[in-house]
Design a protein around this ligand. Structure first.
Ligand code: GDP
Length: 346
């Protein structure tokens, strides 16, 4: 490398380092600069310890400015129309002078295979809008890891002044429960007339929903959609009441034709008003924080444990015993844990 080239490279590296300083990024984020927000999320995603340290510092700085958004989870099977819906919904809320961030969790991306959410060009108009920010969430080794990073992304987006954060996920796998644990409002998108009215969506997911929307209620599909809405409404009645004393509604919409999108937004606002007045919203946020804290703690303890060679060997020994039916998995876990604690206290 020639001297001039080398100098240029060193200068660029210095500039990059400077732009990644947590205080600089924080200032950018607080000014609503999407470039800084993107860079910050890239730091969150990085597995380099130095980047993670910067990300932690940044989260610490942003924390006092977080919490001021409506956090909405959206789920539904692939093809139900999630991206089309968010495209229409996002434009509607932007027209109400709101800023919207969309984060997408794809439970399939961690397997290194095709990504359900990531492959398509999604939300073309919204992604160009000044008051919108769209970002697929980082893929990670585990869904838990991905979820943690998404939660951190939410905090950063809030500090950047986004009023509405949508966390989108695919209606397969366990990602719904994870998303549910980080949002205020959970919206389930469904289709009518896909044979069994409870197509592919597990009952458990329906129980999580604060609003059930039958999409593609347009053209010849309107009748079927109304019928499905009726059936789902009846099904929802059978579920035990939610702790937030909110009775989930069922409605129809056409994301493609922009029909009834405003009603969904009205319903979300009704929910927020209802749960603000009865105190559930604040309580739920606090519970979620404690839940994240405990989950991360368990994760850290497990990782710390699994990093130790002796612990791994002990674990393998117990695994063999479990396979040989010499010991139950429960007793094995208990024994391994007590032995470990005893050794530590020697
Ligand atoms: P996702 O996989 O859930 O994100 O679904 P997409 O938003 O990619 O939509 C899947 C297909 O359904 C696309 O061809 C959309 O054009 C179509 N679609 C989405 N919403 C509607 C709707 O309200 N009505 C009709 N007729 N088609 C829709």
């Amino acid at each position: 490398m020639k001297n001039a080239q080398k100098l240029d490279w060193v200068k660029k590296r210095k500039e990059r380092r400077e732009s990644q300083r947590p205080e600089i990024l924080f200032e950018g984020i607080r000014n609503g600069d999407v470039g800084s927000l993107s860079l910050a999320i890239t730091l969150l995603e990085s597995s380099l310890v130095s980047d993670q340290d910067k990300a932690k510092e940044l989260i610490r700085l942003c924390l006092p400015f977080s919490g001021n958004s409506i956090r909405i989870g959206i789920t539904g099977v692939p093809g139900v129309g999630k991206s089309t819906f968010i495209e229409a919904f996002g434009q509607h809320v932007i027209s109400q002078d709101k800023k919207i961030a969309v984060l997408a969790i794809d439970p399939t991306s961690q397997e290194g295979g095709g990504s359900i959410l990531g492959d398509k060009t999604r939300m073309n108009v919204l992604s160009q809008a000044e008051n919108a920010f769209i970002r697929p969430t980082p893929s990670g080794k585990s869904l838990g890891g991905v979820a943690r990073k998404t939660r951190e992304c939410i905090l950063l987006c809030e500090a950047a002044g986004f009023d509405i954060i949508v966390v989108e996920t695919v209606g397969v796998g366990q990602s719904e429960t994870l998303v549910h644990s980080m949002v205020d409002f959970f919206l389930l998108l469904m289709l009518a007339g896909a044979g069994d009215e409870l197509q592919g969506i597990k009952r458990g997911i329906m129980e999580l929903a604060d609003l059930l929307v039958i999409n593609k209620a347009d053209g010849e599909n309107i009748k079927k959609a109304n019928l499905a809405a009726k059936e789902y409404k009846n099904a929802l009645h059978l579920f035990p009441p939610n702790s937030n004393e909110w009775i989930p509604k069922t409605m129809t919409c056409s994301a493609l034709e922009n029909e009834n999108i405003t009603s969904v937004w009205t319903e979300i606002n009704n929910f927020i008003n209802h749960t603000t007045v009865n105190g559930w919203l604040e309580k739920n946020r606090k519970n979620q924080e404690i839940h994240w804290f405990k989950e991360t703690l368990v994760d850290n303890i497990l990782h710390h444990f699994l990093d130790k060679k002796e612990a791994k060997e002990e674990m393998d020994r117990f695994k063999d015993l479990i396979m040989a039916k010499t010991i139950s998995p429960f007793e094995a876990a208990e024994k391994l844990f007590t032995n470990w604690i005893k050794d530590k206290n020697k």
